[in-house]
Design a binder for this molecule. Structure first.
Ligand SMILES: NC(=O)c1ccc[n+]([C@@H]2O[C@H](COP(=O)([O-])OP(=O)(O)OC[C@H]3O[C@@H](n4cnc5c(N)ncnc54)[C@H](OP(=O)(O)O)[C@@H]3O)[C@@H](O)[C@H]2O)c1
Length: 376
């Protein structure tokens, strides 16, 4: 596709972002920003109350019996804020980060802010390396094996450390052209392929570990700037447009969510003893985070834009809701933003495109030597 043909998509892309910033300004003026923390606190409290009602002995459970959550890219931005809320809601959280230094700094800040040291740990995960993803999954399986007595109606009874939540949050945006260790265009490789392999390799563990597992994929309204699933934009460096390839990778997060939901339903129908795992996509909103480090114009305008962008905690709010709330216990295959289900673009709901992406990803993965589980 020529640069000219990209132009309408770029216009759509910028319009979507601009309109959203204006919408935020309106919302900020209308609601004020003070309520975010109290909303998160309320979601945490409701989750704790629900857990206590379901199992009165839960609050006295030893730390090893805590449900386990994995958050990718937990060291900064929304991932950090989500991690804090999950700790407060009683999860043992694995901070899945690529940099040990950044993760240790995040752990220090979390210790200061929560005093829940024994509930958090760092495990290395570089989504730009499928070998790293593979090692991470092996280590998670070793550390948190499925409870021996697991059944869909009551896994984990009397046992602990069971995986219940996977949040595919890490991401890069608008990066200069590069390839991952396995040869994928980097935004596609990190944002989609790495998370695809991570999720598929942990899927059976999630199903066996909890009657109600949840997967949350962090997508973006940036997917709306993409008018077609242009697979060659991931192959041909000449076609690389850093913003549109970001939009494509976020479209991939959404289409993966749609496909995975259908597969989870089919897997459960074939084997009802499996736990009920839901998968949803979230758009956190335009947030002032490090994600903009490769977008110099936005970085320069940052002081102005901060007035209309969300804080990381505000960006994390819908993630916290999708992770903790009993309201969405059975919701799956959906796209959420600002605490509500949202329409995606038509393409973001197109199951043929979702299948095409799935087939393409699996075909490309076959050319790597990385084994991927649960593809049938
Ligand atoms: N900010 C927004 O306006 C916005 C809007 C819509 C959607 N989102 C989505 O929200 C999610 C979180 O972004 P954010 O805004 O919170 O940005 P952020 O603060 O930059 O967080 C991104 C995280 O991803 C990690 N990461 C990047 N490459 C990685 C890799 N190869 N392996 C493992 N981790 C990696 C980063 O680690 P390092 O610190 O080591 O780089 C960082 O922890 C992303 O998926 C993003 O696409 C953001």
């Amino acid at each position: 596709m020529s640069r000219q043909a990209y132009l309408p998509d770029l216009i759509r892309f910028n319009l979507t972002g601009g309109l959203e910033l204006l919408g935020n300004l309106g919302e900020a003026l209308h609601e004020g920003r003070i309520s975010t923390q109290s909303r998160i606190t309320r979601l945490v409290r409701l989750k704790l109350e629900g857990d206590r009602a379901a199992d009165p002995s839960a609050s006295s459970s030893p730390p090893l019996c805590r449900p386990v959550a994995i958050v990718t890219g937990a060291n900064s931005g929304c991932g950090f804020e989500l991690t804090k809320a999950l700790l407060q809601a009683g999860y043992h959280v694995v901070l899945a980060c690529r940099s040990a230094t950044a993760a240790e700094a995040a752990l220090d800040r979390l210790r200061q802010q929560t005093d829940l040291d024994d509930q958090m740990e760092f495990m290395e995960l570089d989504l730009a390396s499928l070998a790293s993803v593979q090692n991470f999954c092996t280590e998670i399986r070793r550390r948190f094996p499925a409870p021996v007595s697991s059944t869909a109606s009551g896994p984990g009874q009397g046992q602990g450390g069971a995986l219940q939540l996977l949040v595919n949050n890490a991401g890069i945006m608008n990066t200069p052209y590069a390839r991952t260790e396995d040869g994928f265009e980097s935004q596609f490789g990190v944002n989609h392929v790495g998370h695809f392999v991570l999720t598929m390799n942990l899927l059976d563990l999630l199903e066996e570990s909890s009657p109600n597992g949840r997967i949350i994929n962090i997508s973006s309204n940036a997917h709306m700037g993409v008018s077609r699933l242009n697979l060659t934009a991931w192959e041909d460096p000449q076609q690389y447009n850093s913003m549109l390839n970001y939009g494509l990778s976020k479209l991939a997060n959404l289409l993966f969510t749609r496909s995975l939901h259908e597969r989870l339903v089919a897997r459960r129908a074939a084997s009802p003893r499996r736990g009920h795992v839901t998968v949803n996509a979230v758009h956190p909103g335009p947030i002032a985070t490090d994600l903009y480090r490769y977008t110099p114009l936005l970085n320069k305008l940052a002081p102005l834009l901060r007035a209309v962008m969300l804080t990381p905690a505000q960006g994390a709010l819908t993630m916290v809701y999708m992770a903790l709330s009993s309201d969405v216990k059975d919701v799956s295959g959906q796209y959420y933003a600002a605490l509500h289900p949202r329409f995606s673009s038509d393409l973001g709901a197109d199951m043929q495109a979702a299948q095409q992406l799935w087939d393409y990803t699996v075909k490309k993965l076959k050319s790597t030597n990385i084994p991927v589980r649960n593809l049938d």
